[in-house]
Design a protein around this ligand. Structure first.
Ligand code: SAM
Length: 283
């Protein structure tokens, strides 16, 4: 059976040969901010949309308590099975629902006190429709709390934050294999605010975050940083970096690209520039 592409990314290619726990640790501050922003109270019914491996929903379960309910929802059945296993024995009632944005067709109107999302809307082309249906499933007075990355096209001469100027033409060809889709690049804070307001949200509070991190130290990974680098897919539904190099370049070109990039990756000479946003809204 072909593995679900989302499950394949979440459980394998997102971290590659690096430990999944190590990768998860980096997400904890984001998870905690989304959960805080949801202002959960005991007894709430919380719907986590695009729950993946339950990063947000499993944490939120501790806040809704024994009289609350957590609905894990996703288009990925393998993800829902995983969450059901992980949630066994947690205090609240737990449900998994196979449904997706923009429609959330399997979720009743006005059935949730809280909706949470992390890194889901960016992959949905119809964000206005998604926000309308999130509004629909929230009870009057219900809360939405989300985090989304804002993918950027990398400038020429940069590859995954590394200086690739001496191999810029090769880098551009590899980047084509890994590029965010036009719909992902069209995501912006302004458009999200517009969509939330048009959906009917009464209050909308958005914080945009820009992180710049100039690194000069070997990355903190298990094993050879170059092998880890090759084993990772930077975005869902793309090949790994190693696969992208193999698909885009001839063996001779791949050798030239690797010879330039490998020492930079091993010694961590990297400039990270990431944009993201947090949004809380009330129906
Ligand atoms: C980047 S993962 C994030 C998973 C999880 N929310 C987290 O915080 O780690 C994106 C998730 O969104 C799900 N997804 C993708 N498109 C979706 C859609 N149209 N509706 C609902 N979920 C979707 C994927 O299956 C995947 O689980």
């Amino acid at each position: 059976m072909t593995p679900d592409p989302w499950a394949e990314w979440l459980f394998t290619n997102r971290h590659g040969i690096e430990s999944i726990d190590h990768m998860h640790d980096a997400l904890i501050p984001i998870r905690d901010r989304v959960v805080d922003g949801a202002a959960i109270t005991p007894g709430d019914t919380l719907l986590d949309v695009g729950t993946g491996d339950g990063l947000i929903g499993l944490e939120a379960a501790h806040y809704v308590g024994p009289h609350g309910r957590v609905i894990f929802s996703d288009i990925c059945l393998d993800c829902l099975d995983y969450c059901a296993d992980m949630a066994a024995g947690l205090p609240p009632a737990v449900e998994t629902v196979h449904t997706g944005l923009p429609d959330l067709a399997a979720i009743d109107d006005e059935s949730a006190d809280v909706v949470t999302l992390r890194s889901v809307l960016v992959y949905v082309a119809d964000r206005a429709g998604a926000l309308r249906n999130i509004y629909r499933v929230l009870k009057p007075g219900g809360r939405l709390s989300l985090y989304e990355p804002l993918p950027q096209a990398e400038p020429p001469g940069r590859f995954e934050g590394y200086n690739a100027a001496p191999v810029a033409a090769l880098a551009e060809r590899v980047k084509q294999q890994l590029a965010p889709t036009p719909a992902m690049l069209a995501f912006s804070a302004e458009r999200l605010i517009e969509a939330a307001r048009a959906a009917g949200f009464r209050t909308v509070n958005l914080q945009q975050a820009i992180r710049i991190d100039e690194q000069h130290a070997a990355p903190d990974v298990r094993g050879d940083p170059w092998e880890v680098f090759l084993s990772v897919a930077p975005h869902p539904l793309t090949p790994t970096i190693g696969e992208a190099i193999g698909a885009a370049l001839t063996p001779v070109e791949a050798e030239a690209f690797t010879t330039h990039l490998r020492p930079l990756v091993r010694t961590g000479q990297r400039l990270i520039r990431q944009q993201s946003l947090y949004l809380q809204a009330n129906r």
